[in-house]
Design a protein around this ligand. Structure first.
Ligand code: CO
Length: 459
């Protein structure tokens, strides 16, 4: 058993952070065999934004993508990222949908499910953990790391302890913004290793330039697995490079078990893909640079590129600086939620609105209203009084587990898609992203009809 192992993120977080999750299956299919030979702890390849992106932009069935990866990668554990009760979408789903989704994800090939809640509200993790364990997959529970007047090392160590008590198979420190500094990483990893008996994974980004140092100290403190990206898709808003970390581990007199020959093949392959994406403009060199200012703004990789494209689309990229200043202010007023999906989008959109409309909270998005009403769970800190009174208008916020407000959804989903959905997987795609899935189903049908017509013509 190696001393420290790696989770490769090229098929999920690296592409999500650098090229907005726009890599179609065909693009990475030729390299799957090499990925399977690299001897990673796991290959992160599903969940997060990949599900939405497959249906919305790539005309791909995300379930089929997973099965196709599994068909080649037989030795390596396949890992996905799950947003607790939000699954891979942006709102809470009822328990029966959460259970069906997890059960189908495992049936289609997932071995490790990394589960987090944007607010670190443990009630939003319960059902997902329970169902993952029922399906005999690894329930890797993540703390959403952030820094604020209420989030300190002690807070996260205690949280990790509670996650162990909830039945987590392993734990993860999920630093989506790359703001976990090496000193805190050391103390946090040590603290969690002392408090719990579970394997500990550390996840960071290079956004602020801290990533490599953070991993070095995390390894010194006893971390068991780190998340890395193959070198040509590493750095910037992505993860530290797999090969570099592999060499570092060697210099430390430890073993990572990675197959450097396979890593070379993987990197040679993706170098051409990288070049192509830089040429087409899909990979903006901006996201590959170091942004030390993010240490102040605490903007996660994905969020930063979203803000840039949002402002570009509105011809207002010159307002970026103001929006970056507005973001932490909005966050404070919302009780310091960690800036992770969907909260990062919600805070980002509100910050953009506040700046572009010329008046703060002139328009409050329906998601922010729902958050203030307690529909996402408990805010970590106090929500600004003026803001909450404006939204609540005298009513009380909901204090229970948000999913308890929801009625079962599978039966309705099946009824809605009768004659359209071909499988339970289709039903789930529909429940998660109704319009997008229906559009995809229509397109899929058309594509198949064309294929049949073509074959008939040839006969
Ligand atoms: Co990440």
């Amino acid at each position: 058993m190696a001393d420290i192992r790696f989770t490769e993120t090229i098929l999920r977080d690296a592409t999500q952070s650098l090229i907005a999750t726009r890599m179609p299956f065909e693009k990475f299919e030729p390299v799957l065999h090499d990925l399977d030979n690299a001897n990673y702890y796991s290959l992160e390849c599903w969940g997060g934004a990949t599900f939405d992106s497959c249906l919305r932009y790539l005309n791909e069935d995300p379930w089929e993508r997973l099965r196709k990866i599994k068909a080649v990668c037989k030795k390596t554990k396949l890992q996905m990222l799950l947003r607790g009760q939000n699954l891979v979408a942006y709102k809470h789903f009822p328990d029966d949908v959460v259970r069906a989704f997890i059960s189908r994800a495992v049936a289609n090939g997932i071995d490790v499910i990394r589960i987090f809640d944007a607010l670190n509200d443990l009630r939003n993790l319960q059902t997902a953990i329970d169902e993952t364990l029922k399906n005999k997959a690894e329930a890797q529970v993540a703390v959403s790391y952030t820094v604020s007047p209420i989030h300190n090392i002690e807070y996260f160590i205690n949280l990790a302890g509670e996650m162990e008590n909830m039945g987590a198979s392993s734990l993860c420190i999920k630093d989506m913004a790359g703001i976990l500094n090496p000193v805190d990483a050391y103390n946090l990893v040590r603290g969690i290793k002392e408090k719990t008996n579970l394997r500990l994974h550390v996840h960071t980004h290079c956004t602020t330039g801290m990533g490599y140092m953070t991993y070095l100290k995390a390894i010194e403190a006893g971390a068991d697995v780190i998340d890395t990206a193959i070198s040509c898709f590493s750095g910037g808003t992505s993860q530290p490079a797999t090969e570099t970390m592999g060499h570092l581990v060697k210099y430390m007199g430890k073993d990572s078990g990675v197959n450097f020959g396979a890593l070379k093949k993987i990197n040679d392959y993706f170098k051409e893909v990288q070049e192509e994406y830089i040429k087409s403009g899909l990979l903006d060199p901006y996201v590959l640079s170091t942004d030390a200012e993010a240490l102040e703004y605490q903007i996660p990789g994905g969020m930063l590129s979203n803000l840039v494209s949002q402002l570009k689309a509105q011809n207002a990229i010159d307002r970026l600086e103001e929006v970056l200043h507005e973001t932490p202010r909005v966050r404070e007023e919302m009780g310091y939620p960690p800036l992770v999906t969907p909260l990062s989008q919600m805070v980002g959109v509100q910050a953009v609105n506040n700046i572009l409309s010329g008046e703060r909270y002139k328009n409050i998005s329906k998601e922010i209203k729902a958050y203030i009403k307690g529909e996402y769970g408990k805010a970590p800190g106090q929500i600004d009084y003026e803001l909450s009174s404006k939204v609540l208008e005298g009513s009380e916020p909901f204090a229970g587990r948000p999913a308890d407000l929801l009625l079962d959804g599978m039966k309705q989903g099946r009824a809605d898609t009768e004659g359209i959905a071909r499988s339970e997987d289709d039903v789930l795609s529909y429940i998660l992203f109704p319009q997008v899935a229906l559009k995809y189903f229509g397109m899929r049908g058309q594509k198949e009809e064309n294929k049949v017509r073509y074959i008939i013509q040839r006969i």
